[in-house]
Design a protein around this ligand. Structure first.
Ligand code: MRU
Length: 353
């Protein structure tokens, strides 16, 4: 859903229902899926109707509430046991983005800490989901503005390359990497976005390009293998990407192909920024080797629409994410400020502006 400024809101709570923009149908169709039950929310996350780390966190939080409201018991213990099953289903949908687990943990903490009646507890769960939703929007706006402070000062109007979609669609609204882009655009600091197409799911070509068009931001779509060439030609001034999980040392998991973009940026002396909320930082993991990487259906590689691209008899490997080592990252932009990866621990305290 968009408002008068064409802001995109991929998750809407209304009339006791969650409406999701169906991101599998963009840009050709702008359609919504209505979600009433936790099982349907799990399916929507798994099939990427809703996707992007913060967005699946918000969706999972509502999923917990939708599951909770169907549990018919006044017995606290039984309620919690059954809610654990709902949480387990939602946790099993996608393994890499830590925001999913973060949001479910926050919802479950609400459930365990509420000692009132089951009816009060259900209401409390809805309020927590709504708080996670509202906070994410504010967080993204802060990330966007903090990003402005660290973007290169020259030239005045920048061309920024991004990979995948870390935009409004991937969050409650506004976006992380595209939040920085949006803030730069609104401050007159942006000339253009270069959007990597992002094989195999094409989030760059389909979603990032669509979002830029909604807001009138000039956008050039390139295939993934063109990024280094564009950098060499001097077309790119900075790279800004999102993240699915950041380890304590700053190693960052993001959409497959991000790592190659970071290597190319380093080779061309172009700053490479990661923009993400603190809910994406997993301080329990010391480095990126511990981040679980989702593998998806090989059909995403060999099939476009009804057309099969490859001969039979070949094997496929379809990791959905890769890990960019911290040494390739100029700064991690959070709601509390921008930090060198080695200073990530300081991000827990809001920086004075
Ligand atoms: O597989 P997806 O489309 O969920 O992957 C999304 C990304 O990799 C995004 O860059 C990341 O989640 C950050 S979204 C603000």
């Amino acid at each position: 859903m968009t408002n008068s400024q064409n802001q995109v809101y991929p998750i809407i709570w209304h009339d006791d229902t969650v409406s999701l923009i169906d991101q599998t149908r963009l840009p050709n169709e702008y359609a919504f899926v209505e979600i009433h039950r936790s099982e349907d929310m799990a399916w929507a996350i798994k099939t990427m109707i809703v996707r992007g780390a913060p967005a699946i966190g918000v969706a999972a939080a509502y999923g917990i509430y939708l599951g909770a409201r169907e549990i018919e018991t006044s017995n606290h213990q039984e309620f919690l046991q059954r809610l654990e099953q709902v949480a387990q289903l939602l946790r099993s949908t996608r393994p890499t983005a830590v925001n999913l687990f973060w949001a479910i943990s926050r919802m479950m903490k609400t459930a365990y800490e509420n000692l009132g009646s089951v009816a009060e507890l259900k209401q409390n769960l809805l309020e927590t989901a709504q708080a996670i939703h509202a906070e994410d929007l504010q967080t993204c706006q802060a990330i966007g503005d903090n990003g402005l402070a660290v973007l290169p000062k020259n030239p005045e109007k920048l061309t920024i390359l991004t990979h995948c979609n870390a935009g409004a669609l991937a969050t409650a609204g506004y976006g992380t990497a595209l939040g920085v882009v949006r803030s730069a655009w609104r401050e007159g600091r942006l000339a253009r976005v270069f959007a990597d197409e992002t094989r195999p799911r094409l989030q760059g070509a389909k979603l990032t390009a669509w979002e830029c068009v909604q807001e009138g931001i000039p956008v050039t779509v390139i295939t993934d293998n063109m990024a280094a060439h564009c950098m060499k030609q001097g077309l790119i001034h900075a790279v800004v990407v999102g993240a699915d999980r950041i380890a304590a040392n700053g190693d960052t998991a993001n959409k497959i192909g991000t790592y190659s973009v970071a290597i190319a940026a380093k080779a061309h002396n172009i700053p490479f920024f990661v923009a993400a909320p603190l809910s994406t930082v997993d301080f329990a993991l010391s480095d990126g080797s511990q981040i679980p990487i989702e593998e998806r259906n090989p059909a995403e590689i060999y099939q476009v629409g009804d057309t099969i691209l490859t001969p039979s008899g070949v094997d496929f490997y379809n990791p959905a994410f890769d890990v960019t080592p911290a040494e390739l990252i100029t700064a991690i932009i959070t709601e509390n400020g921008a930090f060198a990866p080695s200073d990530l621990a300081k991000s827990q305290v809001k920086q004075a502006v």
